[in-house]
Design a protein around this ligand. Structure first.
Ligand code: PPS
Length: 299
């Protein structure tokens, strides 16, 4: 019997154990094969719900780990330095076994789909989260430019689609709750997008400490400078300009779109916002997680 179920508002997706996968890009047998993926003690995984600062953190990890990337002598796609484990089509080297340590990986997977070797081990996980109203806004725009997702007619429609988890990766609430409540099983550092916006240098230092990577002040300055929104906006890899045309329509939108806190206010009505706040309270209050919701520091 097929263990997957259809996703109501996007026929490109299938749901399996609460997560929504792209049918074409993430076949079930491949996802299940990740259970056999061998983890090394010095592996580093960067995990996010989509639109939470993935490419930003990929960039920072590349800059921290690769001298050539930092000093500008290397021009390599960050997605090659920090490849996805769940997108088979992205993989140049499917099981990544030939890659030298330390290996860096990116993933949008929920805690129950990552390779089991990540649990109770030495390998490191950096989980980046972002306030879900901005995640929703960013994903709404992304959906319009992604050729493999069904586009919503308006933000109101997308709002319900997002709340019901009828989007890639499923419901934001489940993703964050899953990782946060299982944190004791992983060697994990939680980072917030908003803290990166407010004080990038401090967050990079925090990451370096967690990763046992000592950078001198000059190197740290370079990492921070090259990871600013304005610098990344000019970077063709950060904007995925090298991806095949059939993936994204970059005339419709950009990966480096606004890069700010509170853009949801430009789309969410008062009624939708109240509904969201009530749901957020109901689903997340017990976790004690706090987010910055706008540039005035509204918490
Ligand atoms: S994806 O498609 O899931 O990998 O997207 P992801 O990279 O997680 O998220 C994209 C959003 O991150 C913003 N971004 C940044 N903000 C501030 N500073 C820097 N350097 C930066 N890099 C990426 C990007 O603009 C997307 O957010 P929105 O709100 O759409 O602008």
């Amino acid at each position: 019997m097929d263990p997957t179920t259809p996703v109501l508002r996007d026929s490109n997706l299938y749901r399996y154990k609460g997560f929504c996968f792209f049918k074409e890009l993430m076949p079930l047998d491949f996802i299940e094969s990740l259970q056999d993926f061998e983890i090394r003690d010095d592996d580093v995984f960067m995990i996010t719900y989509p639109k939470s600062g993935t490419i930003w953190t990929q960039q920072i990890l590349s800059l921290i780990y690769c001298d050539g990337y930092r000093n500008g002598t290397e021009f390599i796609d960050t997605a090659e330095k920090v490849p996805w484990i769940e997108f088979r089509s992205y993989d140049k080297d499917a099981d990544c076994n030939s890659r030298p340590s330390p290996r860096l990986f990116a993933s949008h997977l929920s805690y129950n789909f990552v390779p089991p070797g990540l649990k109770n081990g030495k390998a490191k996980v950096i989980y980046v989260m972002r306030n879900p109203k901005d995640v929703m806004k960013s994903l709404y725009h992304f959906e319009a430019m992604a050729n493999y997702a069904e586009t919503s007619p308006d933000f109101g429609h997308f709002f319900h689609k997002f709340l019901d988890g009828d989007v890639f990766a499923g419901a934001w609430f489940d993703h964050v709750r899953g990782w946060y409540t299982h944190k004791d099983e992983f060697n994990i550092l939680f980072i917030k997008y908003e803290d990166m916006i407010m004080d990038l240098r401090s967050v990079v230092k925090q990451m370096c400490t967690f990763l046992d990577k000592e950078l001198d002040d000059e190197s740290l300055d370079i990492v921070v400078k090259r990871a600013t929104f304005n610098e990344m906006k000019k970077d063709p890899f950060a904007n995925k300009e090298n991806m095949p045309d059939n993936f994204f329509d970059l005339k419709i939108g950009k990966f480096m779109r606004k890069g700010t806190i509170g853009d949801w206010k430009n789309s969410m009505t008062v009624a939708l916002n109240e509904k969201f706040d009530a749901l957020f309270q109901e689903k997340m209050a017990d976790l004690g997680l706090h987010f910055i919701w706008d540039m005035n520091g509204g918490i």
